[in-house]
Write a protein that binds this ligand. Structure first.
Ligand SMILES: NC(=O)c1ccc[n+]([C@@H]2O[C@H](COP(=O)([O-])OP(=O)(O)OC[C@H]3O[C@@H](n4cnc5c(N)ncnc54)[C@H](OP(=O)(O)O)[C@@H]3O)[C@@H](O)[C@H]2O)c1
Length: 275
């Protein structure tokens, strides 16, 4: 029960990593605030969590709107009075080779993954400073390696990684710790969401399940890293291998990615727009 008495706000709590994190923080004693756009899903999750005896609050929140984010945090303040941990997790992936994307696709990607995280941080900071709390950013292994077809997503996650690195140092004086999590492939709905950010029941996840870490296992590792106030954590074995390779064998990685891009163009398997 590492988070007894703490209030934890999680954006993007309606599925995948965010939903699993909500259950894990609740199992560790926290009161969890479930924030996302799909309130029906949040209400279901809230009921599931409350059946275990934990406390949860569902709040509608669209991280692309400053007004919506501020209103969500105001509701948390009014109903719960404190905020100890904030996880900026809401995100999705725009895919496609650069010549198949428009600037507007990349703007949409940044609006959620980067500016959405920033809106969350600005809304949460006064409370986190008061509680000497923990800020958690969900980055990605794509914040270290940009694979062909992922320019928009990788750019957004490189930005999140940079933000996490800077804030870790900048917020130290205020007693707020910053943990940036870089997951590899985790079981979730992210690969079933199209370039406009809509969940699609007709999509198939291209990543084999054997390569995906289950969301509850990922959530346990993330919550442990947050509890220990780690600066960063790479989640999944393959993710750790990629990050190490990007650091120690960057030339090899670059050539492998170029080979992969050229093969993809021949087979049409990589670089297609997701829509
Ligand atoms: N799964 C992976 O393999 C993987 C790997 C590396 C990093 N990540 C990162 O992990 C985070 C969570 O993704 P996931 O894999 O769990 O995907 P997911 O199952 O699709 O969940 C994404 C969550 O983000 C929310 N969201 C999307 N746009 C939003 C918006 N504008 N405002 C508020 N909430 C929004 C969605 O809720 P609503 O649609 O209800 O708003 C949903 O709850 C993302 O930042 C992603 O980039 C995932």
């Amino acid at each position: 029960m590492r988070f007894t008495g703490k209030v934890v706000v999680i954006t993007g709590a309606s599925s995948g990593i965010g939903a699993a994190l909500s259950k894990e923080f609740a199992a560790q004693g926290a009161t969890v605030v479930l924030a996302a756009r799909r309130l029906d899903r949040l209400e279901e999750l809230k009921q599931e969590i409350e059946k275990t005896g934990a406390k949860a609050l569902a709040v509608e929140c669209d991280v692309t709107s400053e007004e919506s984010v501020n209103a969500a945090f105001e509701k948390v303040r009014t109903e719960l009075g404190q905020i100890d941990v904030v996880v900026a997790n809401a995100g999705f992936g725009v895919t496609g080779n650069i010549d198949r994307l428009k600037v507007s696709d990349i703007e949409r990607q940044f609006d959620t993954n980067v500016y959405g995280a920033l809106r969350t941080i600005y809304a949460a900071l006064p409370d986190l400073k008061k509680s000497k709390g923990r800020l958690v950013l969900i980055g990605s292994v794509s914040g270290f390696i940009g694979t062909p077809g992922s320019a928009a997503y990788a750019m957004s996650k490189f930005a999140v990684r940079a933000l996490g690195d800077v804030l870790w140092a900048e917020l130290d004086h205020a007693g707020v710790t910053v943990t940036t999590i870089h997951p590899g492939f985790i079981e979730s709905e992210i690969r079933l969401v199209d370039n406009s950010g809509t969940y699609r029941t007709d999509f198939k996840d291209p990543v084999p399940t054997w390569l995906q870490m289950t969301a509850p296992v990922a959530a346990r590792q993330i919550v442990r890293a947050v509890y220990n106030r780690r600066r960063q954590a790479v989640i999944t074995f393959h993710g750790k291998v990629f990050v190490l390779m990007s650091r120690f064998t960057p030339c090899l990685v670059a050539h492998l990615l170029r080979f992969n891009a050229n093969q993809g163009l021949k087979t049409g398997g990589i670089g297609a727009r997701k829509e």
